[in-house]
Design a protein around this ligand. Structure first.
Ligand SMILES: NC(=O)c1ccc[n+]([C@@H]2O[C@H](COP(=O)([O-])OP(=O)(O)OC[C@H]3O[C@@H](n4cnc5c(N)ncnc54)[C@H](O)[C@@H]3O)[C@@H](O)[C@H]2O)c1
Ligand SMILES: O=C(O)C[C@H](O)C(=O)O
Ligand SMILES: [Mg+2]
Length: 600
């Protein structure tokens, strides 16, 4: 039994009774005349489109919303001015986050018009870093249903509960259990902010229609004692289930999702240990893990440019990673693939990496039982010597690349940064942990302590920084540059799997989007304002890789050349600026049809 659909009668029916008399030139909408641009979902109510204050008077009369909004049909420019002014009145990031969430809920197209026009300013409020605080405070700030919550207690019934989702068609879902939200630990069902934020970027960056996205959070308990003790906490207060129970639950969930939406693309996000699920499902589902694979691809894309700018030959690089978890290992493996593409053997490529976790350098003879995902990179050339701190490791390795995926804010100390600058003309410093408070160093620190020579990227955005009469620009090495395009390419080619080559291709697409101007200022990620074009290019590369791997099902795309295919992809992308125009056009046609039809 749906909990949502009951409240979601077509808007014409909801408001029809309020209007005693029909207004001139229009007729009440009938089923026959239902507009295709009025689809409702739990998080995209249909009133969003119908109550848009830019709709013409004719449209309002047709939709029977005439009189329910202020009289003037205003331009988008006026709407935007008002929204930005209201946003400016909110003083804290979380208030701005809430304002934008409400706007998305009440007027989805207007929200996406704003987002696409102001990516650089709004992405940090909708997504990382603000989404981190939203997840931490989810049960305190909760306002409206915007996704699905499935609990461990629901096992055995998942298929039936999934029927409650009011949208007939879902093309993509982002699923978390909240157990490792950014670098903030286990936030239980508060993790829902992440699927919502990631899917907002799917729509904003890659033009996947909002109503075909499904934010999904599974409540498998939480290891967070503070949440368990919090009376406001909205998830179950039980301990985390065992890995075996998690696997059983996920088997049922994956089958249930595919049963209802056979073509669904499934992105796993922010799981504490995501390797087993990736291994288990990647052959049978169009699924990928963003933290392992999306991050791997985006950082490989950045490293391709940074390595070139460093002036050091690829095979001479030495990379120290602080953090050997899903992201650390995912990134290292992806760069190994890149080094192999550049002509190294796998052994040579692998030997360029030194991974450090909370116990120190990952070596085979360290004396503890290494987690399976770490063994590939465990060192054997340490002659029995163990290195416990990052400082000891960098002294030993003298790296050219320092990568932070550790969740430890400030771990790249001034001393470490200075040493990197002593050993390298252009040290590559990627401080990738999120949110900003967990970044291994700030942009300012990286610039100051390397005398402006660092080739820098961070996971969360930093502002440009003025140092010694020059303005420096930070790169943002965040998987947002690739996951929207991976999803889009998978959906559009109807790929049955997301193969390693599709992931590789997504990262490889990024350097093709860097302008000469960006290169001049040491940037190796394209400017965020161009993210829609970047996502289309990523999707193009992903589709080509899907075709090579023979996992695509839309075979006529194979015949298009790259230029036509990229244009076709862009044409398929949801453009929020067109939505109200489409409604107006449809209404105009319907009104004309009605006027032309014979009177009975
Ligand atoms: N920039 C991006 O696009 C991006 C993508 C994914 C993850 N991340 C960030 O990377 C971080 C790690 O994510 P993950 O999924 O790999 O988490 P994880 O829990 O799987 O791994 C964390 C790793 O850090 C290590 N670590 C913890 N404390 C340490 C310490 N004091 N010294 C050395 N190592 C320590 C752990 O041993 C583990 O190897 C998070 O902050 C996350 O937000 C960024
Ligand atoms: O969510 C992000 O901003 C990137 C990444 O997926 C993360 O887990 O930190
Ligand atoms: Mg993540």
């Amino acid at each position: 039994m749906s909990t949502f659909t009951a409240t979601q009668a077509p808007i014409g029916q909801q408001v029809g009774s309020l209007l005693a008399t029909s207004t001139p030139h229009t007729s009440p909408p009938s089923h026959k005349h239902r507009l295709k641009h009025t689809r409702a979902t739990a998080h995209v109510p249909n009133r969003a489109a119908h109550f848009d204050t830019s709709l013409s008077i004719t449209a309002r009369k047709y939709l029977q919303t005439y009189g329910l909004t202020p009289p003037r049909a205003e331009s988008y420019e006026v709407q935007k001015t008002r929204c930005l002014a209201q946003l400016a009145l909110k003083t804290t990031p979380i208030e701005k986050f809430l304002y934008l969430s409400t706007l998305r809920y009440n007027n989805v197209h207007l929200f996406y018009r704003l987002l696409t026009d102001h990516f650089t300013e709004l992405t940090p409020l909708v997504y990382t870093p603000t989404v981190g605080e939203a997840c931490q405070r989810w049960s305190e700030i909760y306002q409206q249903p915007e996704g699905m919550y499935l609990s461990f207690e629901d096992r055995g019934h998942l298929s039936g509960i999934i029927q409650n989702w009011p949208q007939g068609n879902v093309e993509i879902t982002v699923v978390t259990d909240g157990s490792r939200i950014l670098g903030l630990g286990d936030l239980g069902v508060g993790g829902m902010g992440i699927p919502i934020g990631k899917l907002a970027l799917y729509t904003g960056c890659a033009g996947i229609r909002p109503e075909v996205t499904l934010p999904l959070t599974v409540d498998l308990g939480t290891s967070n004692k503070a949440l368990q003790a919090d009376p406001l906490y909205m998830g179950s207060h039980r301990d985390k289930v065992t890995p075996e129970e998690e696997r059983e639950f996920l088997d049922e969930l994956m089958a249930a999702l595919k049963e209802r939406w056979p073509d669904i693309v499934i992105q796993f996000e922010d799981w504490k240990n995501p390797f087993p699920s990736l291994e288990r499902y990647r052959q049978d589902y169009a699924m990928f893990n963003d933290d392992i694979q999306g991050t791997g691809a985006v950082i490989m894309g950045g490293i391709i440019g940074a390595v070139k700018q460093s002036g050091v030959a690829t095979r001479d690089h030495r990379a120290v990673f602080l953090g050997a978890g899903s992201a650390g290992v995912g990134v290292a493996k992806q760069i190994v693939d890149y080094f192999i593409h550049e002509g190294m053997t796998e052994e040579e490529a692998k030997s360029r990496f030194w991974l450090v976790d909370s116990k120190g350098l990952v070596t085979q003879d360290r004396g503890d039982k290494l987690a399976e995902h770490k063994t590939y990179f465990s060192r054997t050339d340490n002659n029995g010597q163990q290195f416990q701190t990052l400082d000891e490791v960098i002294e030993y390795v003298k790296p050219t690349i320092l990568m932070g995926l550790s969740t430890i804010g400030g771990a790249f100390t001034p001393d470490i940064l200075q040493k990197m600058a002593t050993w390298n003309e252009r040290p590559i410093i990627f401080a990738l942990s999120n949110p900003s408070s967990k970044s291994e160093c700030t942009f300012e620190e990286a610039i100051t302590h390397t005398d402006g020579r660092a080739l820098f990227a961070s996971g969360s955005p930093f502002q440009p920084y003025a140092y010694k009469d020059k303005i420096y620009h930070p790169g943002q090495g965040n998987n947002m540059y690739v996951f929207p395009g991976i999803g889009l390419g998978t959906i559009l080619s109807k790929a049955v799997q997301v193969t390693p080559n599709m992931i590789y291709a997504s990262g490889e697409a990024l350097p093709t989007m860097i302008t000469e101007e960006e290169k001049q200022i040491s940037l190796f990620y394209p400017c965020i304002a161009r993210i829609r074009d970047v996502s289309a290019r990523v999707a193009l590369h992903v589709i080509r890789a899907a075709q090579k791997d023979n996992v695509d099902r839309l075979h006529h795309l194979r015949e298009m050349n790259d230029e036509s295919l990229e244009a076709w992809i862009k044409d398929k992308m949801y453009d929020p600026h067109q939505e109200t125009k489409e409604i107006e056009n449809e209404i105009r046609e319907l009104v004309d049809d009605l006027a032309a039809s014979p009177k009975l």
